[in-house]
Design a protein around this ligand. Structure first.
Ligand SMILES: Cc1cc2nc3c(=O)[nH]c(=O)nc-3n(C[C@H](O)[C@H](O)[C@H](O)COP(=O)(O)OP(=O)(O)OC[C@H]3O[C@@H](n4cnc5c(N)ncnc54)[C@H](O)[C@@H]3O)c2cc1C
Length: 302
C-alpha cells in the first residue's frame, strides 16, 4: 500500500503531537506514526506543566492530543517506522506492517530509547557476542547461531534480518504476546520461537550459549537484544543524520529544529535534555511550523 503526504511525523508523544497540531492547522496533508503507549509520557504523572494546578496523568494528556489531531484531520497510523529512505524531493518510509509512505518533509519526534536490562551481567558481554544493534552487527554472525530477545517491531525486524546471515536464529519475545500474523511471518523464515525465557548467559570471555528457565542450555554464538520500537539511532544512522558532538546520542538541530538533512526536522527528547513535556511541545511547535514553511516553499518553486 502506498501513501503520499506533505509531512510525515515520526513519534506519537507530546513533541510529535504538537508538531502535528501546528502543521495540520496549516492545512497540509499530515500523517503521524508511532504508539502513545510507547511515549515516555504514557505512564508518567505531571505536576510541572503550565495550566494544570493538579497532578495530571500523561495518558490523559496524550489521549486528548490524539483527539485534537483527529479533529484537525491529521492521519494517525499507530505503527512503527522500520526504515527511512531518501527519495527525490522527499523521503520514503516503510512501516512495520509494510506500508510505504512518501512525504516531502519529515519531523522526527522519536523520543529516547531507555535501555532495560534483560540479564543482570549483560554489560560485560557487550562486544563479546552481545549486541543491541542488528543492523550494525548481523554481518559478524554469518553461518553462526544467534538468539534475538526483545519486544516490539525492533525484535521482529531484527530476527528476520538476521536470517540473511546466521545459520540458525532463535527468538524470544520478552514481555508481550506475538500476534498470529507476526508468529507466522517468523516461522516462514525458519526462525525458532522459544517458549521458555532465557535467564542466564553462558560463557566467560565469549558467549557460548544461554540457559533457559527450564535449565536447558541453548548453544549460541551471539545474543541480540532489541527492545521496543526501532530506536532512533538505528533508523536514523543509515540516512546520515548528524548527532551532537558531545554525546553522539541526540539529533543536532538549529533554532528552527532543522537537522543537517534537507526537509528533516527534529524535536523533543530526541534532541537532548532537559527531558520535559514543556520542552517537547515547544520544540514540536517550532518543528511543525518549520516543516510547513519548507513544504510551502517547495510547492511554490514547482
Ligand atoms: C517516569 C517518567 C516521569 C516523567 N515525569 C515528567 C514530569 O513530571 N514532567 C515533565 O515535563 N516530563 C516528565 N517526563 C518526561 C516526558 O515524559 C518526556 O520528556 C516527553 O514524553 C518527551 O516527549 P517526546 O514526544 O519527545 O518523546 P516520547 O513521549 O517518548 O514519544 C516518543 C514517540 O516516538 C515513537 N517512536 C519511537 N520509535 C518509533 C519508530 N521507529 N517509528 C515510529 N514511532 C516511533 C513512540 O511510539 C512514541 O510515540 C517523565 C518521563 C518518565 C519516563
Amino acid at each position: 500500500m502506498k501513501y503520499f503526504y506533505d509531512i510525515a511525523i515520526l513519534g506519537l508523544g507530546p513533541a510529535g503531537i504538537q508538531a502535528g497540531i501546528h502543521a495540520g492547522r496549516r492545512k497540509f496533508k499530515v500523517v503521524i506514526l508511532g504508539k502513545i503507549k510507547e511515549s515516555a509520557l504514557f505512564y508518567a504523572h505531571i505536576e510541572n506543566y503550565f495550566g494544570f494546578k493538579e497532578k495530571i496523568d500523561g495518558k490523559d494528556l496524550l489521549e486528548a492530543g490524539l483527539e485534537q489531531l483527529k479533529n484537525i484531520g491529521v492521519d494517525i497510523l499507530e505503527e512503527d517506522v522500520i526504515k527511512i529512505e531518501p527519495k527525490d524531493k522527499g523521503y520514503g518510509l516503510i512501516t512495520e506492517r509494510e506500508k510505504e509512505i512518501f512525504a516531502y518533509s519529515l519531523i522526527l519526534a522519536l523520543g529516547v530509547k531507555r535501555k532495560k536490562k534483560i540479564f543482570k551481567d549483560e554489560d560485560k558481554y557487550v562486544g563479546k557476542g552481545l549486541s543491541y544493534c542488528v543492523d550494525c552487527d548481523a554481518w559478524f554472525y554469518k553461518g553462526k547461531k544467534v538468539i534475538v530477545i526483545g519486544d516490539g517491531s525492533a525484535a521482529i525486524h531484527g530476527a528476520k534480518f538476521l536470517t540473511q546471515f546466521a545459520e540458525k536464529v532463535y527468538f524470544y519475545f520478552h514481555k508481550k504476546e506475538l500476534s498470529q500474523e507476526e508468529k507466522q511471518s517468523l516461522l516462514q523464515l525458519g526462525i525458532e520461537i522459544l517458549e521458555k525465557k532465557p535467564i542466564e548467559i553462558i560463557g566467560q570471555e565469549e558467549i557460548k550459549g544461554v540457559k533457559l528457565e527450564d535449565e536447558v542450555i541453548l548453544e549460541v554464538d551471539g545474543i541480540f537484544i532489541e527492545q521496543g520500537a526501532r530506536g532512533p539511532l538505528e533508523i536514523l544512522a543509515p540516512i546520515g543524520i548528524e548527532l551532537d558532538l558531545e554525546t553522539f546520542s541526540y539529533v543536532k538541530v538549529d533554532k528552527n529544529m532543522k537537522t543537517n538533512l534537507e526537509g528533516v526536522f527534529a524535536c523533543g527528547d530526541l534532541t537532548g535534555p532537559p527531558f520535559q513535556v514543556a520542552k517537547a511541545v515547544g520544540e514540536g511547535c517550532i518543528a511543525g511550523l518549520s516543516a510547513s514553511d519548507y513544504v510551502s516553499k517547495l510547492k511554490e518553486e514547482r
